[in-house]
Design a binder for this molecule. Sequence first.
Ligand code: HEC
Length: 101
Amino acid sequence: MRPVARSAIAAGLVLLVSQSGAAEEADQGAQLASTCASCHRLDGGGTIIPSIIGLGEERLTNALLAYRASQSPNHIMHAIALSLNDEEIASVARYVAAQGK
Ligand code: HEC
């Protein structure tokens, strides 16, 4: 095989792998967000429970970290945030932040 073809294939593989990584991450975010949707409406509509649409990725992440650390006292959100690791918080925050845009 010519070197050019070989490196083109290698580049294609790297692209494939990184794309499927991103897709997996989006899937995880969507899956996690569906658990939020049992309380928070993901269409931006408000109920008694505040909308989490339009908060932005950073505020969402910080809010979840604060709930997990009990810095923001709320039993429900503390329990939910406790069940999420850092990576899951990052992906659900990214997913939710991208909704309603
Ligand atoms: C069992 C119901 C329930 C579920 C499920 C739930 N939440 Fe909440 N969430 C609440 C309630 C109630 C509040 C209001 C808490 C307060 O007043 O401090 C809240 C508040 C929040 C806030 C703060 C909003 C603000 O304006 O400061 C964020 C961010 C949040 N939730 C994110 C999430 C995410 C992300 C998920 C999914 C991983 C989730 N919640 C799942 C009930 C829930």
